[in-house]
Design a protein around this ligand. Sequence first.
Ligand SMILES: *[C@@H]1O[C@H](CO)[C@@H](O)[C@H](O)[C@H]1NC(C)=O
Ligand SMILES: *[C@@H]1O[C@H](CO)[C@@H](O)[C@H](O)[C@H]1NC(C)=O
Ligand SMILES: *[C@@H]1O[C@H](CO)[C@@H](O)[C@H](O)[C@H]1NC(C)=O
Length: 237
Amino acid sequence: MQFFLAIILILAINSFVESSSSSSVQQCFSKGSEGFKGVTYEYIDSAYNANYMNPLTDQLDQMTFYEAGLFSADYINGQVFYQYRRNENSIWEEGKLVAFKSNGTQYFLDSLDGGNCSVGKIDPETQFTIPPLDLVSQGTMGGVNVDFLEYPQTNNYTSNTLIVNSDNCYFMSSNCHNTPLYPAGFSLITFYNFMDEPDSQLFQLPPQCWNLNLDSTQSIQKYSKSISNIFPNIGKY
Ligand SMILES: *[C@@H]1O[C@H](CO)[C@@H](O)[C@H](O)[C@H]1NC(C)=O
Ligand SMILES: *[C@@H]1O[C@H](CO)[C@@H](O)[C@H](O)[C@H]1NC(C)=O
Ligand SMILES: *[C@@H]1O[C@H](CO)[C@@H](O)[C@H](O)[C@H]1NC(C)=O
């Protein structure tokens, strides 16, 4: 963790210098992530009975869990890194996912799989960017002016709101809840140490994943919720 904090600190200083020149942002993400290089943040996600599309069965399923992690996305080069520690049904699980748009490949390690690396194809419809978001209202969180942004409605089972700092578009919170068609459920994410840049060091493949090719594909979705289900800011729109 100290290793990550050191990286975050160095990058935070860099991005502070750069972001001070972009203070005249009008509406955050009105053109999606166009103009943004990427993001890196730590997060805590609490979910109760939250709807998600189970990639194994292609059926709607519900998840209840508590999770903390580190996430980075490079919107320009199409790369995603995600490391998590999750408690689901009182079982702690930790793992890591690295995905590359260029060759449509994702690598996944999970403690429930003995830390072995799995390799899998990414659904070709997966977007590595943020879609254009609608401004639905404005307010404050703490003393910070925020925009409430809504994701385009692409399914009828969840509705997603992203709350960002109005001045610099930094993520603050994400609220996802099941639509009234379904039993109540939600996922609430809070973001920490947000940076408006990818952390390129995170996209290095872990040694366990070296020299694996797609022929050795194991069931990546057995443990992973798959990349398109993980976060509201990445996936199928
Ligand atoms: C996919 O691209 C990444 C990043 O360049 C590389 O590390 C990985 O080995 C590639 N995987 C395949 C199957 O080509
Ligand atoms: C991890 O991989 C090793 C070597 O292939 C295998 O023996 C072991 O059963 C795997 N662990 C799990 C939990 O699948
Ligand atoms: C929700 O959307 C799915 C897929 O588009 C559709 O099959 C289903 O009928 C919809 N359900 C309701 C209650 O509208």
